[in-house]
Design a protein around this ligand. Structure first.
Ligand SMILES: Nc1ncnc2c1ncn2[C@@H]1O[C@H](COP(=O)(O)OP(=O)(O)OP(=O)(O)O)[C@@H](O)[C@H]1O
Length: 734
């Protein structure tokens, strides 16, 4: 045996493949000098402190230790969900996560401490989901379902997991770890909440799995005495293994009646020792030649220590020792992605109310935006103070339609748009007071001699004086607190004057346009003479609605799964992060296509927003923007620990985006440096592109249109790549 494990060629630092193979055949799991820390800088916390562990193939290994000593952390490293900071791990002869290791993957069955089950799945659907990931046949899954139902006393397989009791749920979780018959079973407290009879049958089953089928089993438990059925027991404390031996040997060598007492004795001996000072596990029985020496129970040391040295050489000089986050391109599998997509659809349809609500919400948002935004205001009260009116004649606004310079103020007011309600005031001070009280939006004042002064102004010549000019002016005081209303009223007052001049001059036999400003706006190159604000906003609205919905729905995509341990469990089953992301992208994209179609129906068909270009190009850009939203949502989901954080981040990011992307105000009105930033934002180019398609009718060959497509694609890939990097960093930092 000693020669068998002589594996290290010290001069070359290479592992002897023949000897490694021998070690691999003996040990299911080998851990050497494992150090694992959580946190960074001052908050670094070392959980595994140079831990050694040797688990023989085809045995049951009971890992015991107080709460918080690092058992779960160690198991997470074994199944490839955590990376060590230093030290070495070999699981079934491979480093977890290495090519062909099968771990994470079908070679391992993992039962985490959390429930890690989909509450909205039935027991059978749960097994079929994991069966889909392992690519198992339906007949096999069905037969395993039947077998495990009996063994674990499961409720009927069509029961929803969320309706089961805590103990039943844990047994389902146990069944998920067992049912694909893996080579290695890693079970984190499988007997919690299970009655003693069932616990006994579970242990019997585990022992049978190891002795009859050669499977390796590692079980953690708080019930020390139940671990007597294990072949080997490892007692762990403060991130180190204190001892590693068979229960019988432990009881004999420590001369204790119970394992609890053994553990107690070991703890007393361990107290005061420096954890990193040779604190590796002991073996009370030298039949295990590679176990690390900590406390010996009367066996010769030299042979053991030599063996330890050799096996340590194997693992510490392994080429992959020394950890840092590395980025490998994983091989994606269609059957795993298929299983994930099916799972996402089933879970969405189980929440049909929410699905329908989110399906129709964007169309509703588009509807509301069109109904409420961009229309002309009505019922605007304006104070009219007309000093031309004669008190003796009851201040009646009489005027003729002839070419007479009399009561022109009334003639002008006739042309005012109906959206303005004219409210007569007797003097300017009352009218201004009404303005100050918010009763009117402004004051229109005509002087007592308005018509005569207007005549003087019209006649021109040498007699014209400045007083004639000011007397013929219509004085206006506006409440400019509302810019939009102010702009509308100003526009209508000017338009009324234009119409008045045309009308009066026409009646006087002059050229009607002669009194207008010598500026005329001819047919527009694009759009109409009075393009509505709704038309300007439409592209931005469509894109922001689709984008924001996508972000909101994906921002929490797998936070719940991660919190419940489902993400970890799926990944231990072999699912890769890009597969999870892809499945979400596909699910959300398919639903988003329908949502986008509804938004376009509302905008183009219901509200008749004109699209002068190819609507397919506009839809393509919108869908790409939806994908940008999904990718950003997934990034939030990858980085955030809880739903509240994700929700806050998604909503908080939306408002600045809305402002800077030119949705409701032209980018040209921003300062130069802001414009540059605006074009770095994910929505800006796309909105400009769709606007060009809508109002200019441009095609994909124009830069302004294809820029939106290229920018969207660049954002999608960058955000998804960032997701993978964040996920990788999270895994490495724990
Ligand atoms: N992601 C993490 N970030 C920071 N600290 C962590 C993290 N996970 C675990 N820890 C800490 O590491 C220590 C070991 O945790 P671990 O879950 O491995 O213990 P355990 O032995 O499995 O405990 P228990 O028996 O209660 O499950 C604990 O102090 C825990 O708070």
């Amino acid at each position: 045996m000693m020669e068998d494990i002589q594996t290290s060629d010290e001069s070359s630092n290479r592992i002897d493949s023949r000897a490694t193979t021998t070690v691999d055949n003996i040990y299911g799991v080998l851990v050497r000098k494992a150090i694992k820390t959580y946190g960074t800088g001052k908050n670094t916390y070392t959980v595994l402190q140079g831990l050694d562990m040797s688990v023989k193939r085809g045995t049951v290994y009971g890992l015991l230790g107080a709460s918080g000593c690092g058992k779960t952390t160690l198991l997470s490293c074994l199944v490839g969900r955590c990376s060590l900071n230093s030290g070495e791990l070999l699981v079934l002869g491979h480093e977890p996560g290495s090519v062909n290791s099968g771990i994470p993957g079908p070679k391992v069955g993992y039962m985490p401490q959390e429930l890690a089950l989909f509450g909205n799945f039935t027991i059978k659907e749960t097994l079929f989901f994991f069966g889909g990931i392992y690519r198992l046949k339906a007949t096999f899954i069905n037969s395993q379902c039947e077998f495990l139902s009996k063994l674990l006393d499961l409720p009927p397989c069509d029961r929803y997991v969320k309706t089961l009791s805590g103990g039943q749920q844990r047994r389902v979780s146990f069944a998920v770890a067992l049912f694909h018959e893996p080579e290695l079973l890693i079970l984190d407290e499988p007997t919690v909440g299970v009655d003693p009879l069932l616990s006994h049958s579970i242990w019997n089953h585990l022992v049978r799995q190891s002795t009859e089928h050669g499977r390796t089993v590692i079980v953690t438990t708080h019930y020390i005495e139940e671990a007597r059925q294990a072949h080997t027991i490892g007692m762990m404390r403060s991130g180190r293994l204190l001892v590693e031996d068979s229960p019988e040997n432990l009881l004999i060598n420590f001369n204790c009646p119970t394992l609890e007492k053994v553990f107690f004795q070991l703890c007393i001996k361990d107290d005061g020792k420096n954890p990193l000072d040779g604190g590796t596990a002991t073996n009370a029985n030298d039949s295990n030649p590679v176990a690390a020496p900590i406390i010996h129970s009367g066996k010769p040391k030299s042979t053991l220590e030599h063996s330890i040295y050799e096996i340590n050489s194997v693992v510490t000089e392994h080429p992959s020792s020394g950890k840092s986050p590395c980025f490998k391109i994983p091989q994606l599998s269609a059957h795993r992605i298929g299983a994930l997509i099916r799972k996402n659809y089933v879970l969405s349809f189980r929440n049909i109310g929410l699905l329908l609500f989110t399906y129709f919400l964007p169309a509703l948002q588009a509807f509301l935006s069109n109904v409420t935004l961009g229309h002309e205001p009505t019922g605007l009260r304006m104070a009219i103070v007309n000093d031309e009116l004669n008190i003796n004649q009851g201040r009646v606004c009489n005027y003729t339609m002839d070419c007479v310079y009399s009561m022109l103020s009334c003639r002008y007011l006739r042309h005012l748009k109906d959206n303005i309600i004219q409210v007569e005031y007797k003097n300017v001070s009352d009218a201004l007071e009404a303005g100050r009280k918010g009763q009117v939006w402004g004051v229109v004042h005509f002087g007592w001699n308005f018509s005569k002064e207007f005549e003087m102004r019209d006649s021109g010549g040498d007699a014209l004086q400045l007083t004639n000019i000011s007397g013929s002016q219509i004085g206006i005081n506006m409440d400019s607190s509302n810019q939009q209303i102010g702009v509308f009223i100003e526009k209508w007052l000017l338009k009324a004057f234009e119409d008045f001049v045309k009308d009066f001059r026409g009646n006087c036999g002059d050229v009607p346009e002669a009194g207008l400003l010598p500026i005329t706006f001819l047919d527009p190159i694009y759009g109409q003479k009075s393009t509505s604000f709704t038309e300007f906003m439409a592209p931005g609205l469509i894109i922001s609605i689709v984008y924001n919905m996508a972000v909101a729905l994906t921002a929490g995509a797998y936070i719940a799964e991660r919190k419940q341990g489902l993400l970890d469990r799926s990944m231990v089953a072999g699912v890769k992060m890009p597969e999870i992301m892809l499945s979400y992208v596909i699910n959300h994209f398919t639903v988003m296509v329908g949502r986008t179609a509804l938004v376009y129906v509302v905008m183009l068909l219901v509200f008749k927003i004109p699209c002068r270009g190819n609507v397919a190009v506009a839809i393509l850009i919108t869908l790409l923007q939806g994908l940008v939203g999904i990718s950003f949502g997934l990034l939030i989901s990858t980085g955030c620990d809880d739903e509240m954080g994700a929700l806050l981040l998604s909503q908080a990011s939306f408002v600045p985006l809305l402002a800077i992307s030119g949705i409701c105000w032209p980018i040209e009105s921003m300062q130069l440096y802001l414009r540059k930033i605006a074009y770095f934002m994910p929505l800006t180019y796309a909105i400009e592109s769709v606007r060009c398609v809508f109002s200019r009718g441009w095609g994909i060959e124009q830069f302004d249109v294809y820029a939106g497509i290229l920018a969207s694609i660049a954002w999608i890939f960058s955000l998804l790549a960032l997701c993978l990097i964040v996920a990788r960093i999270r895994k490495f930092t724990g």
